[in-house]
Design a protein around this ligand. Structure first.
Ligand code: FAD
Length: 432
């Protein structure tokens, strides 16, 4: 590795002590590394600093402070919804270490690790992290935003399983946040997003999950109304071991027969048990849906269960689900590419006494729509609980809606204590 040196960028921003790779506009790597998955974000940082270790992150942070320019951190760009224009963008992807302690059932990861790497490291021990639908998502960004995965009904949000984080604070101090060390910071990190410091290492519990029954079954769209009616009642008695979503979707033309170009209803399922039991639990829904066009549900391993996601243009959350809501969604499906109706509940709604700020835990169902549908938001508003979930939110002006008023107030207090000048201000951040 190269020795620390002083890099002078455009005669403006210098990074004393930074030993990683620096990418300037026009240089190779700059465009690739600054990229966000959100197409409306076209960030133009003054430089992208690829950090190889904590010392690099610290050097980049102190340089941004010294020069009074914006600072942001990014692992994958999957959740970057605001641009760090003219500033220092630290890319943590080289810091992707993953260590699994199978005895304590704990994983410790670097800030650049993605879920795929944790899944692979934990699976040989019959353990699983509380990952989400896409293995390419970064562990740290996902977990700081709460982390709603397909094991959440059984084991809670990913944030609920965090036991410790190493954090680089706005003033350059490197601290440990845990139940016994900086407990308020530790509370805020478990769902409060990335605005409190740069997390340089995260430790979280793994869970004994290996064999699952999971996948998708496809039905004609005409089954949607009847199945949603059955779903509204079915979710009340579903055990924590089973997680489901109903997705109304226009399949791409090149999807395999008989799905190509067809408007379908998908049933998504992940059951932490045997296929026969999963099928028994699903029977009432399957009866309402009728014969499947294609059934791709199967017994598999958690690491191999690929659950897919839905790009989010509109999201609402519901504590109770009436027939009116189901009707609105079936109508909306006529104008949307994808409408996903997902069951929450279970362990999500039973947080421990010291759980972090992930709010709206009484949510029973969430709805995500990937296409603007005129009038949909207004039609759903009277029935929705008004909340949102940080990880599924792209508009940073709505961050407040992810929290209860009490938790938001507490988050602001933590921000004032740890970042009083609001140095971390890009993306979903709570203001000081
Ligand atoms: C295909 C896809 C599927 C998804 N599925 C789910 C899902 O099933 N469940 C779910 O809950 N979410 C899901 N998400 C949302 C995802 O969790 C968020 O977008 C998350 O922010 C992504 O984190 P990242 O590190 O990959 O992204 P990045 O864009 O690299 O980072 C996003 C933000 O996280 C913060 N951050 C990242 N690293 C650090 C750090 N080291 N210290 C401090 N802050 C940091 C920063 O605020 C940054 O702006 C999905 C997203 C996509 C694109």
């Amino acid at each position: 590795m190269s020795q620390p040196y002083t890099t002078t960028i455009q005669d403006e921003i210098t990074l004393p002590g930074f030993a990683g790779a620096v990418h300037l506009p026009g240089e190779s790597g700059y465009d690739e590394l600054r990229r966000s998955l959100n197409p409306s974000v076209d960030a133009r940082p003054a430089l992208v600093a690829e950090a190889y270790g904590v010392a690099d992150v610290r050097a980049a942070l102190l340089a941004a402070r010294a020069h009074g320019v914006p600072f942001a951190v990014q692992a994958t760009g999957h959740g970057t919804h605001a641009a760090c224009d003219g500033g220092v963008l630290v890319k943590t992807s080289p810091m992707a270490s993953v260590l699994v302690d199978p005895v304590r059932r704990i994983a410790r990861v670097g800030p650049g690790a993605r879920w795929a790497e944790v899944l692979a490291a934990a699976a040989p021990f019959g353990l699983a992290p509380l990952s989400g639908s896409a293995p390419s998502v970064g562990v740290t960004g996902y977990t700081l935003g709460g982390g709603l995965g397909w094991l959440a009904r059984k084991h809670g949000f990913a944030a609920d399983s965090v036991v410790r984080a190493e954090v680089l604070l706005a003033d350059g101090r490197h601290v440990t946040a845990s139940a016994g060390s900086h407990p308020e910071l530790f509370w805020a990190l478990r769902g409060g997003g990335g605005g409190f410091g740069v997390v340089t290492s995260l430790e979280f519990r793994l869970h004994p999950v290996s064999r699952v029954y999971a996948g998708f079954a496809y039905f004609p769209i005409e089954a949607a109304a009847g199945t949603l009616e059955a779903y509204r009642k079915w979710i009340d008695d579903a055990p924590d071991e089973i997680s489901t979503a109903i997705v109304l979707k226009r399949m791409p033309a090149d999807a395999p027969a008989p799905l190509g170009g067809r408007h379908v209803m998908m049933l998504k399922v992940l059951h932490t048990g045997e296929a026969a039991e999963g099928r028994r639990l699903l029977a009432p829904l399957w009866r309402a849906a009728g014969p499947a066009l294609l059934d791709e549900t199967r017994q598999t391993t958690y690491a191999d269960a690929s659950m897919g996601g839905t790009p989010n243009r509109h999201m609402d959350m519901f504590d109770t689900v009436t027939g009116e809501v189901a009707d609105i969604l079936v109508r909306a499906a006529g104008q949307a590419q994808t409408v996903e109706i997902r069951h929450w509940g279970g362990a999500i709604g039973r947080p421990g006494p010291d759980a972090g700020p992930v709010s709206h835990r009484s949510t029973k169902l969430s709805v995500i729509v990937d296409t603007p549908v005129p009038g949909l938001a207004q039609a759903l508003r009277p029935y929705a609980n008004g909340g949102t979930f940080l990880n599924f939110l792209s508009d940073p002006s709505r961050t407040t809606a992810a929290y209860t008023a009490t938790d938001y107030g507490r988050l602001r207090n933590v921000k004032r204590a740890y970042d009083p000048e609001g140095f971390f201000r890009i993306g979903h951040v709570v203001p000081a």
